[in-house]
Design a protein around this ligand. Sequence first.
Ligand SMILES: [Zn+2]
Length: 279
Amino acid sequence: MTPSATPAAARWPDGARWVVCVTVHMDGPAVEAGKGLNHLGIHSRGRYAARRGIPRSLEMLARHGIPASYFMCGYDAELYPALMRDVHAAGHEIAAHGYRHEGWELGGEEVELLERTHAILSDCVGEAPVGWCSPSGRKSAVTLPTLRRLGYIYDCSEKDEDLPYLAAIDGAVAEDFVILPNNTVSLDDAPLYVQGQASAAEALANWMQELQAIAEGDGYLHFIMHPRAGYGSGTPARMAAVDRFLAAARAVPGVRFVTLRELAAHCLSQPQSWRSPRA
Ligand SMILES: [Zn+2]
């Protein structure tokens, strides 16, 4: 393994040995709306997030005392403004995740959609989001410049590193914008349950392996859960697997749970350390 330039003890906030970021992608009816579907009947799994999955996640996180980053679509915030305010009032971060969960090329619409969702979320909870995650991974040349202009400080769409790093925007390394990558394949519930056809027990076993390896390695664990029915962890047995995973993470010495907003601010307070964290 290549030695890191920054000793682990100096890398994370408050001298933590490793950090865990819990992110919740609501993926409510916006997902179905983005596909042109009426979100009822077999297409109502996004509604489950609002009715049961998010309340269940809030109860679990409160029990563990863990702050999380909730990625919301503008369309879902328009449908469920009180729910957004409940999440925010519980101490969690509200971040942006598209208007109708757009995973397709947007062309000339993109800037307006980013601005629209930004305004909806800001007005809804009284605080502007500073983080964004692309629905389905799509980005274009205007994405990061637009987000930066709107005051965002991080993007967590990339899957190309095990550590944060400064973004390149308009051909230069930005010292005010950081990439917080995520390992979609093994620390995101959706691919495990959809492509992997995993059971909750298998997903948990996989996450436990990642936990041990990351706590002993680079120390940045970015976990993604969806509170939907269907491809997410909103339903009882799957939420119980997340619950056990987080209990195990809490038990590992030296851990600190941070929102992505806190982690981004930490990284940008010492940008020289994150220009190239393995240099
Ligand atoms: Zn999503």
